[in-house]
Design a binder for this molecule. Structure first.
Ligand code: NAD
Length: 515
């Protein structure tokens, strides 16, 4: 078995994170521009999903650590070194950070691979693309304009302006740690806020390496802080901290609901990017070869561990059997392997609890009477006896009221549901609490457009699946979330709108005289 050492940064100015005596790379919390140990002295271990072995440890922060990070962010927000920077100067810092990300993309990808086991080929592209978040929002920093507003009041001049909120707390999941962080961090910084970042307990390492780039780019200390640990332990201290103005959360609906309730107590703003059970709808008039690839990309990319996974495949009955056959054939020669091998097509599941969840849902689907067409078990991969590999799994004869059709698995498990016609497809697609994304496959343009109007989801793809861009808004309907990330609206989520009235000579009325 090949061992993969902890990679060194491309940039020589970046100090290597030290290993403890037992060989584990040992991280600190990043507060006020310095790596510091947690007050309670406790750590969590992070393991490599390919070997199952621990390779690093990250601090298990408590309320006191969270308080230090929030206070540092508040002090940085009040410091003229940050507050006094023009929006254009902030934009320049952001572009410098984008350049550093580009230079160090392979290194960031390698660290992320060690934690969540994603394919290096995919991660490398993701990291390079991620620089665009900083270029885009850096460019936008000095282009958010207020307006002058014609009012019905004489003698006063009214205008609006956008201002930063202050301290923003960002909480992320494990499936795409740095890109999902950047979707929050880039607009929050461009808008002039300071941040406290809380990565997943399973994948904190890449962010603790990434902040070295933030420092190198020249952001003042305290503008970006990182606290790590269990969300259920230290989350409330962050979500209800008095200096925090907004919570930007990406994760599952259970944690999302708890955080939303806690935030509501002090009227904090929230953005919620939650789960999905997205329908990928194939009509009989679709280009079936394209649609097969779209269905596979939809559910089996990243082993289904993506929020937009097209996990409900709705097949028009007239092409149902033919399409299913093509789908199974397409998956015949897929290659499992180490995520760093460019030939590998299927990487491991990221965490042991996620593997247990997938196995549980396969049991549930079988008990519910769904028909297993492919997979349904762990994959044995030579050289990696402890690797968390799982076969792409397809269940047919699924009814939309089954749990396998209604609940998010977040793994490589596809539920195939037949439908009769357009109305039936719309009914099934919308009969669910989620509304994150949907795919529609048809060569009938009018039908494609009708479906984009009728399916209730935040993102709809017609004859493609998974296209996203920094420049375009992303978010969910219904239980899939609140607010939007990406695009100009994604930046406005991190700003307050102020209305200013200036007298141009108005006579101040005597407040005690009734009119
Ligand atoms: P999760 O909800 O278990 O955890 C997400 C984060 O929240 C972690 O950092 C965790 O420590 C923290 N957390 C948990 N409980 C908390 C609490 N009480 N207070 C504060 N923080 C708390 O989700 P996960 O398993 O890491 O990620 C998978 C989920 O993320 C899936 O449901 C997936 O659909 C969703 N997701 C959504 C999007 C999107 O953009 N809509 C993108 C990626 C993933």
């Amino acid at each position: 078995m090949t061992t993969y050492p902890f990679p060194a940064a491309a940039n020589p100015a970046i100090a290597r994170t030290p290993q403890a005596e037992d060989g584990l790379v040992t991280y600190g919390l990043y507060i006020d521009g310095a790596f510091v140990p947690p007050v309670g002295g406790q750590y969590l271990e992070s393991s490599d999903p390919v070997t199952g072995e621990a390779w690093s440890r990250v601090p298990r922060a408590g309320a006191e650590d969270v308080d230090r990070a929030c206070r540092a962010a508040q002090a940085a927000f009040d410091n003229p070194e940050w507050r006094g920077l023009s929006a254009s100067a902030r934009g320049k810092l952001m572009r410098k950070l984008g350049d550093l990300i580009t230079e160090n993309a392979d290194w960031l990808a390698a660290v992320e691979m060690k934690d969540n086991g994603k394919l290096i080929a995919e991660l490398g592209n993701q990291m390079r693309y991620m620089a665009n978040y900083y270029y885009y929002y850096g460019g936008l920093a000095d282009k958010i304009e207020g307006s002058t507003i014609p009012t019905d009041k004489p003698g006063v001049f009214n205008f609006t302006r956008y201002e930063p909120l202050g301290v923003v707390a960002c909480i992320m999941p494990w499936n795409s740690p740095l890109p999902l962080t950047s979707l929050k961090l880039a607009p929050a910084l461009a808008a002039g806020n300071t941040v406290v970042l809380k990565p997943s307990e399973f994948t904190s390492a890449s962010l603790l390496e990434f902040v070295k780039l933030v420092e190198l780019a020249g952001f003042p200390k305290g503008v970006v802080n990182v606290v790590t640990g269990y969300g259920h332990e230290m989350g409330e201290a962050l979500v209800s901290h008095p200096v925090v103005e907004r919570i930007a959360f990406t994760g599952g609906p259970i944690a999302g609901r708890i955080i939303n309730e806690q935030a509501a107590r002090s009227m904090k703003r929230v953005t919620m990017e939650l789960g999905g059970k997205s329908p990928n709808i194939i009509f009989e008039d679709a280009d079936l070869e394209q649609a097969v690839k779209g269905a596979v990309t939809g559910i089996f990319a990243a082993s289904g561990q993506t929020c937009v996974a097209g996990s409900r495949l709705l097949l028009q009955r007239s092409i149902h059997d033919q399409f299913l056959e093509k789908l199974v054939a397409f998956l015949e020669d897929i290659r499992f392997g180490h995520p760093s091998d460019p030939e590998t097509q299927i990487a491991p599941i990221s965490t042991a609890p996620q593997m247990a969840k997938i196995e549980e849902y396969v049991r549930i689907a079988t008990d519910e009477g769904a028909r297993l067409v492919r997979g349904g078990k762990r994959a044995v991969v030579e050289g990696y006896p402890n690797g968390l590999f799982y076969e792409p799994t397809i269940f047919a004869d699924v009814r939309n009221d089954m749990r396998i059709a209604q609940e998010e698995v977040f793994g490589p498990v596809l539920a195939v549901i037949p439908f009769e016609d357009e109305d039936d497809a719309v009914r099934i697609a919308n009969d669910i609490d989620f509304g994150l994304a949907a795919g529609i496959w048809t060569q009938n343009l009018a039908r494609g457009i009708r479906m984009t109007e009728r399916v209730r989801a935040g993102t709809i793809w017609v004859n493609n699946y998974r296209s996203t861009s920094t420049t375009s808004p992303f978010g969910g309907f219904k239980m899939s979330g609140i607010g939007r990330e990406g695009g100009i609206v994604g930046m406005l989520e991190y700003m307050e709108l102020k209305s200013v009235w200036v007298s141009t000579g108005v006579e101040i009325p005597n407040p005690f005289i009734r009119r």
